[in-house]
Unconditional design. Sequence first.
Length: 131
Amino acid sequence: MTAKRPAGVTIVAVLTWISGLLDIIGGSILLFQTSVASTVEAFGGASQLITSAIVSILIGAIVMIVGVGLLRGSSGARLVITVFQVLSIGASVFFAITYPPGAIGEYFSAAVSVIVIALLWTGRANEFFRD
């Protein structure tokens, strides 16, 4: 018998789709900023800007695909999202230390990542991903 998908997993999948969509939108906007000199300089040149934009778009697409895997009960998808969230926590801590004025936002981001990980590894989620 297949375990019913917990609401927490559905919430994480929806948040994953939103995150992926925002990455795609952000990357697309960044790609169109190649004509703005100040933006190009901030990224160290046009090639770095274009590379960053393409990487953001690709990551967004991968994250959205992984979100579908979460809904289907893929334990591989759960592992990928967990790794992404751990990396996000590490990046948030790094940015909070290196740019203290933005620390509150980074702490919020880290807290959301912790919640996502917790929702993916509850007892009910374990049953769902085990089947």
